[in-house]
Write a protein that binds this ligand. Structure first.
Ligand code: CA
Length: 229
């Protein structure tokens, strides 16, 4: 099935070039020139992935991402012209899965799109049964996480981070290992990204469980410490 990509970008030249490369690669492409229009198109046409400009007039890309996130777990790649890491981390914190800094090579952007979509398909190998712990249960097939009988609402990337940690429960994973397990070789960001995602997963799980489930091992990485049952 052909994946559909929505480009939300106010600069016509970038829209045109990125669209041409994506169509060349076999994707169906939707276009929006502003945040509100992008949200409307996403709501109507359910794209598989959104390429979202951070610097949009009217409604900032971070707000657009936050609104998209309220509705779905659609993959989001943020386009940013800003060089400060804090802005990119802000983008990731509200739910972007990856970011590309302008000026970028359209070919590389297409490669990132393909890598992210591949991640979704490969994240759930057939026959993989649930991981059960004292507090947390993870169903990789249904991509569902529960604490007690409460379903925890995680984004796609948050789920993948938790799954990586849980599959190595009781062992410390360093940031590089987590980047490798979740993003593969396709991510060019910094280790800080891991801190952001682990932090979000931890907050969501522990708010319901009421006990520590992910331990920070200073100077090393993270350990999932819920007991296997
Ligand atoms: Ca722009």
């Amino acid at each position: 099935m052909t994946a559909t990509i929505l480009i939300i970008e106010d600069e016509a030249s970038i829209r045109t070039v990125v669209r041409a490369y994506l169509e060349q690669a076999g994707f169906q492409v939707l276009l929006a020139t502003s945040g509100p229009e992008g949200i409307e198109v996403a709501h109507r046409d359910h794209p598989d992935l959104v390429i979202l400009d951070l610097n949009l007039p009217g409604m900032d890309g971070t707000e657009v991402a936050a609104r998209l996130r309220q509705e779905s777990d659609v993959f989001i790649i943020m386009l940013t012209a800003r060089s400060e890491e804090s802005d990119r981390i802000a983008g990731l914190r509200i739910g972007a899965d990856d970011y590309v800094t302008k000026p970028f090579s359209p070919r590389e952007l297409v490669a990132r799109v393909e890598a992210i979509l591949r991640r979704r398909r490969s994240a759930t190998p057939a026959g993989d049964s649930s991981l059960r712990f004292a507090h947390v249960r993870i169903d990789p097939d249904r991509r569902e996480v529960t604490v007690g009988d409460q379903v925890i609402d995680l984004t796609t990337t948050e789920f993948d981070v938790l799954l990586a940690l849980a599959r190595h429960h009781g062992r410390v994973l360093n940031r590089e290992q987590i980047l490798d397990l979740v993003w593969g070789d396709d991510f060019y960001g910094t280790d800080r990204v891991v801190d952001v995602y682990v932090g979000q997963v931890r907050r969501k799980l522990e708010a319901v469980a009421g006990v520590p489930l992910i331990q920070t091992v200073r100077g090393v990485g993270y350990k999932f410490i819920d007991e296997a049952v």
